[in-house]
Design a protein around this ligand. Structure first.
Ligand SMILES: NC(=O)c1ccc[n+]([C@@H]2O[C@H](COP(=O)([O-])OP(=O)(O)OC[C@H]3O[C@@H](n4cnc5c(N)ncnc54)[C@H](OP(=O)(O)O)[C@@H]3O)[C@@H](O)[C@H]2O)c1
Length: 247
């Protein structure tokens, strides 16, 4: 690791991938500010790992800024994200469009804007983003989630242009299917386990946490720009075509 890194912020720390990243960064000796909405889950995580709780909605930049006032953030892991519904775009609840863009794209941009001036001034920092395979290719019923993650992916590339010469690193981790609670509202009747995970071999959150840790651990002059990571048993691509039906 760039030995100079001392402080990390992890969003979405109360579940899944974020919850797995926090202890790994603590093991690396970093102070970790864990951002989450659920006070009880945050308290439990912080008691177990020594992380510092920041109870906030990730869209509430002002609240997070207040909690981090005076803190020199070296590592920001923008992990919080939602796939709140899966529906064909003609059927999607319009409110879900805003929700997914706000949480998955706008919040990471605003948190980045919050910590970045300090990183640039110190010439030290690492911005990490948990993207998605759904942001690299089209999938059915992902008409808002996919573009939110595609936007995030391009944002990473734009940042790398703007940050050239500052020593601040930008890494996007792009997973396929990971066994978490991400689908809890988008697959009916709590069937996510049966539909997505039973009988499959999905990635585990700890696998992604290890990748995050390893990416940070490389020397400061090495920036892993993007890592795509899939279950061995998952592939994307191919075409689909349906037979014409007259109205
Ligand atoms: N699981 C997969 O297959 C998969 C694949 C590719 C990418 N990803 C990405 O991985 C990231 C982590 O998701 P996960 O799979 O670990 O799902 P998860 O278990 O549902 O965890 C998501 C986390 O984000 C938090 N979060 C959501 N909305 C928030 C908000 N408005 N303010 C603060 N925190 C908020 C959740 O907190 P609450 O409990 O308070 O809602 C939770 O801690 C997401 O960006 C997701 O898009 C996941």
């Amino acid at each position: 690791m760039s030995d100079a890194y001392r402080v990390a912020v992890v969003t979405g720390a109360t579940s899944g991938i974020g919850k797995a990243i926090v202890p790994v960064l603590r093991e690396r000796g970093l102070a970790v500010y864990a951002v989450g909405r659920n006070e009880a889950q945050l308290a439990e995580l912080c008691a177990a790992t020594g992380a510092l709780p920041v109870q906030a909605d990730v869209r509430d930049t002002a609240r997070i800024a207040a909690a981090l006032k005076g803190v020199e953030v070296d590592v920001l892991v923008n992990n919080a994200g939602i796939l709140s519904t899966r529906a064909a775009f003609q059927d999607i609840d319009p409110a879900e469009i805003d929700a997914m863009i706000d949480v998955n794209l706008k919040a990471p941009m605003h948190l980045t804007r919050l910590v970045l001036p300090g990183m640039v001034a110190r010439r030290r920092g690492h911005l990490l983003y948990i993207g998605s395979s759904g942001g690299q290719a089209a999938f059915p019923n992902m008409g808002a989630y996919g573009p939110s993650k595609a936007g995030l992916s391009l944002f990473c590339d734009n940042l790398r242009c703007d940050l050239l010469g500052t020593s601040v690193r930008v890494s996007e981790i792009v997973p396929g299917r990971v066994q978490t609670a991400l689908y809890r509202t988008s697959i009916a009747d709590n069937q996510a386990q049966a539909v997505l995970y039973d009988g499959y071999r999905p990635i585990q959150p700890e696998n992604i946490a290890r990748i995050v840790s390893d990416v940070i651990a490389l020397p400061a002059h090495v920036d892993v720009a993007r890592v795509e990571v899939f279950p061995t048993d998952q592939a994307t691509g191919g075409g689909s075509m349906v037979k014409f039906q007259s109205a």
